[in-house]
Ligand binder design. Structure first.
Ligand code: ADP
Length: 262
């Protein structure tokens, strides 16, 4: 017999009446699983041909001899587009892996301050001297989690800050305690987000300004990845932003994930 999946909801009306709603969501779940598998398979299959195309493009660019400037610029454009596709495929694969597995990889003790040193290096390399980037981190706070996933989540927030902050702006990374919880925040003085968009920006492919996201190398999947990683670590995302003034993205981890080192 096929498995049946039920969704049960208790809805209250006023103070006395309650309604129990029971819905068969087996078909919805099945279709969603098919969609996730399809995306995972397609992304995986696209990886190899793209690597081959990228490799040949590099070889062509290295060929000595008189190549007209227009041809050179076509090569560069092709290389940029291949890199963009590669980033998109990597993000799609990461997202489908996160969606497909409910099991968190083995929890380990994460030295967050050390991980943030690495994230800072990556931020500097992405910014290429265009921003002031600061890190304030409490070295006594570590956490329990999956190193690679946390690296990706922290990195995504920081790379967004770099991409959506004009030259000369300031980006501040903070890792600190809030009561018994721990908070990682990224504050930028960038373009900010209009209030009406904030609730939707963690949806897949939701972008406030599609062309700006593309121009700056975005895939539209970064915050969706962050949201999944956070939910696997029982964390939550807080966003404060003002259009034209900047944004703060905060990841809050509950006390059961926090480790204090002396
Ligand atoms: P993208 O790859 O397009 O940046 P994300 O999922 O990372 O995709 O972010 C979704 C959208 O949220 C972005 O397209 C951008 O409009 C907005 N956004 C994210 N971070 C910031 C930020 N620090 N400042 C302004 N807008 C941001």
């Amino acid at each position: 017999m096929a498995d049946v999946m039920l969704e049960i909801k208790l809805v209250s009306f006023g103070s006395k009446q309650k309604l129990l709603i029971c819905r068969d969501i087996s078909q919805v779940e099945k279709l969603d699983a098919m969609r996730r598998d399809f995306i995972a398979n397609v992304s995986h299959e696209l990886r190899t041909p793209l690597t081959v195309v990228g490799g040949f493009l590099e070889t062509l660019q290295d060929i000595d001899g008189a190549v007209p400037p227009s041809t050179k610029s076509y090569f560069n454009m092709m290389q940029e587009q291949t890199s963009r596709m590669r980033r998109l495929i990597e993000d799609l694969l990461m997202l489908s892996q996160l969606e497909n597995s409910s099991i968190l990889p083995q929890d380990s003790e994460i030295d967050v301050p050390k991980l943030l040193d690495l994230v800072m290096k990556e931020a500097h390399s992405l910014s290429n001297g265009r921003h002031h980037i600061k890190l304030e981190s409490d070295n006594s706070i570590w956490m329990l989690g999956a190193q690679e996933e946390l690296h990706s989540a922290f990195g995504n927030l920081v790379s967004n800050a770099v991409r959506y902050t004009p030259e000369g702006g300031t980006i501040t990374l903070q890792w600190q305690a809030r009561g018994q919880d721990a908070v990682f925040s990224v504050t930028d003085t960038g373009i900010g987000i209009e209030h009406k968009h904030i609730a939707r920006i963690t949806e897949r492919f939701y972008r406030v300004d599609r062309s700006r996201s593309r121009e700056t190398g975005g895939t539209g999947l970064g915050l969706s990845i962050v949201k999944h990683i956070l939910s696997r670590h029982q964390g939550r995302l807080e966003i404060d932003s003002e259009l034209g003034a900047g944004s703060t993205f905060r990841m809050v981890f509950a006390k059961n994930r926090v480790l204090r080192k002396s």
